[in-house]
Design a binder for this molecule. Structure first.
Ligand SMILES: [Zn+2]
Length: 239
């Protein structure tokens, strides 16, 4: 766990930093309350909000973020550099955890009361996923597939898009289809995992979408506890 007050990060520490991502290099300051490292240019109000919100997340997710040395920045642009409302970047395939070097970027939309907590939880779920064993992820994927039914309804529109993309590829016969299918399956399982964790921790998240997925979420909650030893509950019902 890094414990210095300031860290300077460049391409050596952060292998995924190409020219496009240069803004995620530089100096980061430790926020003592949360253990997160903020880009030096992050406005104080954003730091305070993200730090306090992070402390409401499940301890297991927080521990992973701190263990991996998560750095954070915010942007006034309408989207993150990768084109989302919030995003986390890293060398996800690195077996050496110290090389993952994750960075979280949040937009001002992501910092609104409706989204700040579930978005933060979603992004931290990516970090959690990254350090799980391949075997555990494969077992979880098999069980995810077992609970797919006809006209499957995912927990959010976002997760549904990934599911539909994978399904679409199942019906196609084009060159390199198997690799694309495998990649789409992996992406659906990952994004669906992160959305499920966010909804389990924060049930009002995307409730407006009107999806009837209580049973699916309950099944996922049990699978996540069984395969990853991650016990999730409504974080706001705890106080
Ligand atoms: Zn995601």
């Amino acid at each position: 766990m890094p414990s210095t007050l300031t860290r300077t990060i460049g391409t050596f520490e952060r292998p995924w930093l190409n020219r496009h991502y240069q803004r995620f290099a530089g100096r980061f300051q430790l926020d003592a309350a949360s253990g997160l490292y903020f880009d030096c240019d992050t406005p104080a109000a954003h730091r305070k909000l993200i730090s306090a919100t992070f402390l409401q997340a499940p301890k297991t997710l927080r521990d992973v973020a701190i263990y991996l040395g998560l750095t954070v920045s915010t942007t006034d642009m309408p989207g993150t550099l990768s084109g989302s409302l919030s995003a986390v970047y890293g060398s996800w395939d690195s077996a050496d955890h110290s090389r993952i070097s994750p960075h979280l970027e949040m937009t001002t939309i992501s910092l609104t009361p409706e989204f700040v907590f579930p978005h933060l939880v979603h992004e931290c779920s990516h970090l959690f996923w990254a350090i799980q064993s391949k075997a555990a992820k494969a077992r979880f994927t098999r069980e995810m597939l077992d609970i797919v039914v006809h006209s499957f309804v995912e927990v959010t529109d976002y997760a549904q898009d990934y599911f539909d993309e994978w399904q679409e590829l199942l019906g196609q016969e084009i060159p390199f289809i198997q690799q694309r299918r495998n990649r789409a399956l992996d992406q659906w399982v990952l994004e669906s995992f992160c959305e499920s964790v966010a909804k389990l921790c924060c049930p009002p998240y995307k409730q407006k979408e009107g999806r009837q997925t209580d049973n699916l979420l309950e099944a996922r909650q049990a699978l996540i506890a069984e395969h990853f030893d991650l016990v999730l509950e409504n974080q706001f019902a705890l106080v």
